[in-house]
Write a protein that binds this ligand. Structure first.
Ligand code: ADP
Ligand code: MG
Ligand code: MG
Length: 878
């Protein structure tokens, strides 16, 4: 098939094709060309070629270089230059670009086609010797590093020596003769470390560079990035070969990167940086400090104006915020890249709402545009305002860097990515503190609560990556010096090490010593608008998992329409009640157990009154006691002894009872409804507490709507028995309390054992609702222990044997079938059956989408994920 696609003013072969084939960069270069923007011409080698390269044991396919030569020929004709020429040489860049953007993960080579002869030719043609040798030294460096694996440090070292010799600091101040010397030194280094001369034949250079880009697809950096970002199933990277334009031709030239709107706040303001007399990566590499684009009019008003026009054209074309790269060659602007820009959750929300107002997109598109999971960033804590003011007043601000990614983070200092990974894995909250970050650091950055760097700008690696994740990040804190080896950093003469806690404020760039209190966010404005739209389009109900009035209240504020799971076991751990709970468990006679349960009753009742009150008339699904009883007992000898003293029992008795309750497989043991089968009095107490609480609330004009949920049911008869017992208790309490009002109590069950899903039609005879407990259902369907999966899950993910953790994202093809079957069979028996889900999956956008399609009535998730579920449910519905 066709392996290359040409793009230029005269012909854009790739227009309208897919990112999967051309990569994002390649496709957008073709698009920009076709809408008339100034893009240097070039061609794209497809991702299929990369795939073929790996499938054939790392061999470039036959005929590829012929096609490449043909394309280079077209470029030569179009530009009136010749590849490797001694008069007017054509130079190209070789750029990677996969379907998903992986910033800085793969390598780019610039100025390809230079050799001793063509460099002299370029110097002559441009009348700029300095420029030509600057381009050549960059090529030898990049080619040496990227293609041949020569450490960039060696080149850097030689550059340092030249700068010292000419007594200059900045790269740009090295004169032409210095750069000529440098090129000679670079070629020497190249020979020393590769055993070969720097290749003079431009096609040899080109072929090796194309292959190097393909190789970088499987490089460690790129592989880690895809793992962390969960990017799977791509063919590989495309390669873009593009004619060079030069930002390093003098003070009328430059290069820059920008966003069409502010990627932090979402404000409709052109946002970015540029660097005069510079090429390629100079802006992001933090070698010199770039200027904000707002300063550009002082340098070149016309270019600034043209950029603003192009910004509007791009936003109109893509109807989204763009992240662009551009270069100015002697006062002429060229566009080198555009893509949908990464943004914080806050910015995503603001931009979506603004763009609807601007009539750029409609509400549905706005909803689809916001990654539901990113809403969590808006719900994240920021620094407590009062504490922040105090700290500022007391001058506790250590230093101020650039506010690269908002939010607040508190943690102990770590100085390497590996350390951050390790310490985070052992449960510490850490701040990754580095001079700058590079793609090697992504795993550590992901593990850290926040990221702090001493160099780099708003578009540096750390800033871009952190924003993508919504991780709090401060960059360019230049007053900080870091000694990575000694694991220390110093600010204004004070030194901080790995055990010191710092606080960073990603919204302002401030850095503080010590831990500062954080504060919950306020939700209004654009966020409220997006929520309103979500509620308009979604059909799925959203409930929450909450066991306390505080959580219930918060979830209501986040928009929960009821409680889908109230776990009663959490209510037994409180200091004031654990003793009675233990007494109940240790009792060997029914009477003693009943005495202990009677002590627990008022606590339970009070809890339910609180929750019904907080939910003000919304339904509350209460799950009866679920965990194995031994979880409530102390396992160490000392606490057992104390407990014995309290209860007037010999330690040996307690020890014996603990031993008796021990199970080899507690998760498949005596738990859930099995407890109520053995100890019906536990169920009776809990149901009594629920009903008494409901009656108390009714008396206070609070419309309590309890739904009693029986966990871990596997057979219809099991449920029938417990349902009858529940109903009997309800009737007794109502009669006893002489309650005359109306009280609707639903009785239902969890579907979390595969057998329950398989026999859902029988089970539905006795249930008014089902709630899929997908945590246990996943555990039992896969046979993966929830608590032990981490010992092998990483291997499964790495080897692509699983695409996601099935406890985070519902396994639709396996576990999902049981859910679908459960819904269908259940509704066949009882067409009014209410069906929900209450596992962790209820707050996962992909799983919410599945639940919508499976016809569930609602999903239930933790309070903080309620807004995410509302948006995800709307996305599923439109
Ligand atoms: P990345 O994917 O890491 O951003 P790019 O392929 O975009 O890598 O290349 C990095 C930078 O190199 C670009 O931002 C641009 O400044 C420079 N560059 C790439 N190709 C050209 C070219 N043809 N002419 C001038 N500069 C180029
Ligand atoms: Mg780029
Ligand atoms: Mg369960």
């Amino acid at each position: 098939g066709k392996m290359t696609y040409y793009f230029s003013k005269t012909k854009t072969e790739g227009k309208g094709l897919s990112k999967e084939l051309l990569g994002g960069k390649g496709l957008n270069l073709a698009e920009m060309t076709s809408i008339g923007l100034p893009v240097p011409p070039g061609f794209t080698i497809t991702t299929e070629v990369c795939d073929g390269y790996y499938k054939s044991g790392k061999k470039l396919p036959a005929g590829l270089m012929d096609e490449v030569r043909k394309n280079v020929g077209m470029l030569e004709k179009e530009l009136g230059k010749k590849f490797g020429d001694d008069k007017s040489p054509l130079l190209v860049s070789v750029r990677s670009g996969a379907a998903m953007s992986m910033p800085g993960m793969m390598n780019t080579i610039l100025n390809l086609g230079l050799n001793d002869v063509s460099t002299a030719g370029l110097a002559n043609a441009t009348q700029n010797e300095r420029f030509a040798y600057d381009a050549y030294r960059r090529l030898i460096d990049m080619f040496g590093d990227v293609v041949m694996g020569v450490d960039h440090e060696h080149f850097d070292h030689a550059f340092g020596k030249i700068k010292a010799k000419y007594k200059v600091k900045a790269d740009t101040d090295v004169p032409a003769e210095g750069l000529i010397e440098l090129c000679a030194a670079y070629k020497e280094i190249f020979r020393k470390y590769t055993g070969k001369d720097f290749p003079q034949d431009p096609y040899t250079q080109l072929e090796a560079a194309v292959e190097a880009v393909f190789k970088s697809w499987m490089g460690a950096k790129a592989v880690t990035y895809r793992e962390v970002e969960n990017i799977r199933g791509l063919l590989g990277t495309a390669v873009n070969v593009q004619s060079m334009v030069y930002g390093n031709m003098g003070d009328d030239s430059g290069t820059g990167v920008a966003f069409t709107r502010d990627p932090n706040t979402g404000k409709n303001e052109f946002f970015g940086e540029f660097l005069v007399n510079a090429q390629g990566e100079d802006v992001v590499a933090g070698i010199r400090t770039p200027q904000p684009v707002a300063e550009m009019p002082k340098w070149n008003k016309a270019i600034h104006k043209q950029l603003l026009e192009i910004k509007d054209i791009l936003e109109q074309h893509y109807t989204d915020m763009q992240d662009i790269e551009f270069t100015i060659e002697k006062g002429t602007l060229f566009m080198l890249q555009t893509r949908n820009g990464k943004r914080t959750g806050t910015a995503a929300v603001k931009m979506a709402v603004d763009m609807v107002k601007e009539k750029l997109i409609d509400e549905k598109k706005a909803i689809r545009r916001i990654p539901a999971g990113d809403l969590s960033q808006l719900l994240l804590p920021s620094l407590d305002t009062k504490a922040l003011e105090d700290a500022r007043e007391k001058k506790l601000v250590l230093t101020i860097g650039l506010p690269a990614s908002p939010g607040a983070a508190v943690g102990k200092l770590t100085f390497t990515a590996e350390e951050a990974v390790e310490r985070a894995a052992s449960g510490e909250r850490v701040i990754l503190c580095r001079k700058e970050t590079s793609p090697e650091d992504v795993a550590g950055m992901h593990s850290a609560a926040g990221i702090l760097t001493s160099t780099g700008g708003m578009t540096s690696h750390a800033a871009v990556v952190a924003r993508g994740w919504g991780r709090c990040c401060v960059v360019g804190a230049g007053e900080m010096t870091i000694d990575e080896k000694a694991k220390k950093m110093t600010i204004k003469g004070k030194t901080y090490s790995g055990n010191d806690i710092i606080t960073i404020n990603g919204t302002t760039g401030e850095v503080f010593a010590g831990a500062m209190p954080t504060m919950e966010p306020k939700l209004g404005g654009d966020f409220a608008t997006v929520m309103k739209w979500s509620d308009k389009y979604r059909t799925l109900g959203i409930r929450t998992n909450a066991d306390s009035p505080t959580d219930a209240q918060r979830a209501r504020e986040f928009g929960a329409e009821g409680i889908g799971l109230c776990r009663t076991e959490h209510m037994f751990f409180g200091e004031d009640r654990i003793a009675a709970m233990r007494e109940m468990i240790l009792a060997t006679e029914v009477d003693a157990r009943k005495t202990a349960l009677a002590k627990l009753l008022p606590f339970q009742r009070e809890d339910f009154v609180g929750i019904f009150t907080a939910m003000k008339g919304l339904p509350v699904t209460v799950r009866l006691l679920d965990p194995p009883l031994h979880e409530f007992l102390p396992h160490d000898a000392k606490t057992q002894e104390e407990l014995g003293k309290q209860m007037g029992l010999k330690p040996a008795v307690i020890k014996a009872r603990v031993a008796q309750l021990h199970e080899s497989n507690p998760m498949l043991g005596h738990r859930g409804c099995r407890l109520s089968v053995t100890y019906p009095e536990i169920l009776e107490m809990q149901v009594r507490a629920i009903i008494e609480a409901a009656i108390i609330c009714k008396g206070k004009k609070i419309d309590a709507k309890p739904e009693i949920m029986i966990p871990l049911v596997g057979t219809a008869v099991e449920l029938k028995y417990l349902k009858e017992l529940t109903q009997k208790t309800i009737d007794e309490v109502i009669a006893e309390k002489k309650f005359k009002g109306s009280l609707d109590v639903l009785i239902g069950t969890m579907i979390e054992i595969p057998r329950a899903a398989l026999t859902a039609d029988e089970i539905a005879e006795h249930a008014q609702f089902f709630s899929f407990g997908t945590n246990d259902l996943t555990q039992m369907t896969f046979g993966f222990s929830r608590d032990d999966i981490n010992s092998f899950l990483p291997d499964y993910l790495r080897k692509d044997l699983l695409t996601a953790d099935p406890f985070q994202t519902l396994d639709q093809s396996g576990v999902g079938q049981l859910v679908e079957m459960g819904v269908q069979k259940g509704r066949k028996t009882n067409k009014d059956l209410k069906v929900g889900i209450c596992g962790e999956h209820g707050g996962d956008p992909a799983s919410v989408d599945f639940c919508h399609r499976a016809g569930l009535n609602y999903v239930s998730c933790s309070p903080f994920r309620v807004p995410i579920a509302r948006l995800a449910a709307a996305q599923a519905a439109i």
